[in-house]
Design a protein around this ligand. Structure first.
Ligand SMILES: NC(=O)c1ccc[n+]([C@@H]2O[C@H](COP(=O)([O-])OP(=O)(O)OC[C@H]3O[C@@H](n4cnc5c(N)ncnc54)[C@H](O)[C@@H]3O)[C@@H](O)[C@H]2O)c1
Length: 337
């Protein structure tokens, strides 16, 4: 049994991850600031599903508050820290850049300081496919250049990776940063396309189709993300642990026990196909309102999953059709309450 400190447990991915860890017989201290970026009632509902577990304790606090983080860690010293709390969202970073500096830079730095003090077996951090910017080479591989972020969200996540590398080098905590690609599923985020589109379709409102429908995204079902994370927990980066195999470029740093790994579906889907899949799952047509690309949007994302598969043996497996069907079933029921 392992004790985990998971930040972002009231959030979409952190909630699913904590639930899985508890189901696997581990114990979890959750930490979340319940920020009002989207409806906090949804966050409270997620937490209410975690709270009955004996092995779960939740601390409400902000990452920027080091004393609150210390208090969470003091409940029971974690063997592993999973840092998922963040100010997420690409578009909101144009409206409120300060939130990204506070949560993703200052907040993540506090998590690094905590890890430096506690020396857990493994520190794992949530980064994003957004750091690949408008790269044209696909699929996006971890070793590709990712130095041209298009938004402060992407810049803050890349900066977190860089800060974490320096701490891994200086203080030796083995660290993995995973780069998630557009995650969706039940209990998802209301600011993302599946809920935004479904809400509009079921309310009879038109949906805004940005980029004139020409964008594509590598959608990743939540269960695949969680499975990949759980497996990566056991793949602890060691400075002498570089993997070698034909065609695989390990991102293990030459100067630190630090690695970046993509977690994506590996099968990008055009926005129009995505909309058709939602229409089919909901059994209702959408009215499309075509719009230009929004500032900061990238035309495509597409994950290379070779390194993930090499390190963990896992290939993301849920098709968009199955994943959206599961999402739509949850959403219909959730919306009715
Ligand atoms: N969902 C995706 O498609 C996606 C893609 C790439 C990366 N990510 C990253 O994965 C992680 C989880 O994303 P998610 O989709 O679950 O987002 P989410 O917004 O649902 O969850 C994040 C949680 O962090 C909490 N939080 C935010 N700022 C905080 C702070 N300063 N102090 C304490 N708590 C704070 C929020 O209250 C929220 O519950 C984030 O780091 C995000 O950037 C998500």
């Amino acid at each position: 049994m392992t004790h985990f400190l998971v930040t972002g447990t009231a959030g979409f991915i952190g909630f699913h991850l904590a639930r899985r860890l508890l189901a696997d017989g581990h114990t979890v201290t959750g930490f979340d600031g319940m920020t009002p970026y989207y409806d906090v009632r949804l966050k409270a509902q997620r937490l209410a599903l975690l709270e009955p577990h004996d092995g779960f304790r939740q601390v409400t606090g902000r990452l920027e508050d080091r004393a609150a983080l210390d208090a969470a860690a003091a409940l029971k010293e974690p063997d592993v820290i999973l840092h998922l709390a963040a100010q997420a969202g690409v578009r909101y970073s144009l409206e409120n850049p300060g939130a990204y500096v506070e949560s993703n830079l200052v907040g993540s730095w506090n998590v690094l300081e905590l890890a430096r003090a506690l020396q857990p077996k493994h520190l794992l951090l949530a980064s994003t496919s957004s750091i690949y910017g408008a790269n044209e080479k696909v699929p996006f591989a971890e070793a590709d250049r990712a130095d041209e972020p298009m938004t402060l969200y992407a810049a803050s996540k890349k900066s977190m990776e860089l800060m974490a590398h320096s701490y891994a080098h200086l203080y030796g905590v083995p660290t993995t940063a995973f780069r998630f690609f557009t995650v969706y599923g039940p209990w998802g985020r209301p600011d993302m396309a599946p809920i935004k589109f479904s809400d509009a379709i079921l309310s009879g409102r038109p949906i805004d189709v940005y980029g004139e429908g020409g964008m594509s995204r590598d959608f990743t079902y939540i269960d695949d993300i969680v499975e990949a994370i759980v497996r990566l927990v056991d793949v602890v980066p060691r400075e002498d642990g570089r993997v070698t195999a034909p065609g695989i470029i390990d991102t293990l740093s030459a100067g630190a026990p630090f690695r970046t790994v993509n977690i994506g579906g590996g099968q990008p889907v055009g926005l129009m196909t995505f909309i058709e899949t939602i229409e089919k799952a909901l059994g209702r047509p959408a009215t499309r309102n075509y719009m230009p690309m929004q500032p900061g949007d990238v035309p495509r994302t597409f994950a290379s999953t070779d390194l993930l598969t090499h390190l963990t043996g896992f290939v993301p497996r849920v098709s968009l059709e199955d994943g959206i069907a599961a999402f739509a079933a949850w959403y219909r029921e959730w919306r009715a309450h």
